[in-house]
Design a protein around this ligand. Structure first.
Ligand SMILES: [Zn+2]
Ligand SMILES: [Zn+2]
Length: 352
């Protein structure tokens, strides 16, 4: 089908070095048991896991350690990967967004547009938001954050159900965020990842018993980001190079997001063709029209999104469609629940 190498992993997790409940050995074990190829850790304001030497290979599983930066007022959470030292904690978000870019590190805007109803939300957990995402240095956003979405949807009334069935409520990424993402891509390139934001926080339910909400292994079986690489990814690659491969791929957008709960999406592909030229996700290509293609692990409902609106809907395991210039991405659903979300392929008309 193609000569790309797929690696599947999770992004955004917290350990005991910030507000997570698990230590690094436990998290690494959970990730390997969940059959991940990679995991990107991001403790709040701390690179302690990296300093302790946990970054790197464990057999053919790779652990990359960055951190989650926040404003002095705890807003504008921003994941940074590829830094050896944390930045000055007094920086404002405008300053750290710039600093991450200047150091050539990868920045990812975390849980943008998070909303929690203060009247219904569990006490002491206000929303953590981005007042604006319109910074040219913000090149990657989380389009689907499992934990953030859970916090939005969990109220005093439904908390019991949501604690017991932590993955059941988040059926799709937020429409508002997808809309912003499609719009911004009309003028500049912003790519997306999915994230888990795993904490395995232990919370008392109804004051009765303690349960780890979203245990690591359960979280690693939810929102995953599938990277399509040009070379095999294994222990023969030096640690620093391995990190760069992952971070560059994420920024380039040659990847898609899946919810493992709806099925293993390994083997899914979305690309475009013009004659012998193949165009991958994250790329821009000049032509009046191209053929877009997708291969699915099994039959499902595909929505072809063109410039932010639904262009075509069909149920199939193999898509082949001649299309005019535009920005294309796919949404794949199983029984009306979101399964796969791709990055954009952009076809620019020659006259433009
Ligand atoms: Zn956060
Ligand atoms: Zn977080």
């Amino acid at each position: 089908m193609d000569d790309l190498f797929e690696i599947v992993g999770c992004i955004h997790a917290h350990s005991i070095y910030s507000d997570g409940s698990g230590d690094y050995p436990k998290i690494i074990q959970s990730a390997m048991e969940a059959d991940l190829d990679y995991l990107l850790m991001s403790d709040h304001m701390s690179l302690k896991g990296r300093k302790q030497g946990y970054n790197g290979w464990y057999d053919d599983f790779f652990l990359g350690i960055g951190y989650e930066i926040q404003d002095p007022d705890d807003q504008h959470h921003y994941l940074a990967f590829g830094l050896e030292e944390t930045l000055d904690p007094s920086l404002t978000h405008q300053e750290y967004i710039k600093a991450v870019a200047e150091k050539g590190a990868l920045g990812i805007a975390a849980h943008p547009f998070e909303e929690r109803d203060p009247k219904k939300a569990i006490r002491g957990l206000p929303p953590i938001n981005w007042t604006s995402l319109d910074y040219p240095e913000v090149k990657v956003i989380e389009i689907w954050n499992m934990m953030s979405h859970w916090m939005e949807k969990t109220t005093l009334r439904n908390q019991f159900w949501n604690f017991i069935h932590p993955r059941s409520f988040s059926t799709h990424p937020k429409q508002k965020l997808l809309k912003w993402w499609d719009e911004v891509n009309q003028t500049r390139k912003v790519t997306a990842v999915g994230s888990v934001d795993a904490h395995a926080t232990k919370i008392k339910i109804l004051g009765l018993f303690e349960k780890a909400v979203f245990d690591y292994k359960i979280m690693f079986k939810s929102i995953r980001t599938h990277l399509l690489l040009e070379q095999p990814f294994d222990q023969s690659i030096e640690e620093e190079e391995a990190e760069n491969i992952i971070y560059n791929n994420i920024e380039a957008g040659r990847n898609f997001i899946s919810n493992y709960r709806r099925g293993d999406a390994r083997g899914f592909r979305f690309w475009a063709e013009n004659g012998n030229t193949k165009i991958q996700m994250g790329e821009t290509y000049q032509a009046e029209e191209v053929k877009i293609l997708a291969q699915l692990p099994r039959k499902a409902d595909i929505k072809v999104i063109r410039n932010g609106t639904i262009y075509k809907k069909l149920e199939t395991s193999h898509l082949e469609l001649q299309v005019p210039a535009g920005n294309y991405r796919l949404e794949v659903e199983v029984k009306n629940r979101g399964w796969i979300y791709t990055n954009h392929i952009k076809i620019r008309g020659i006259s433009k």
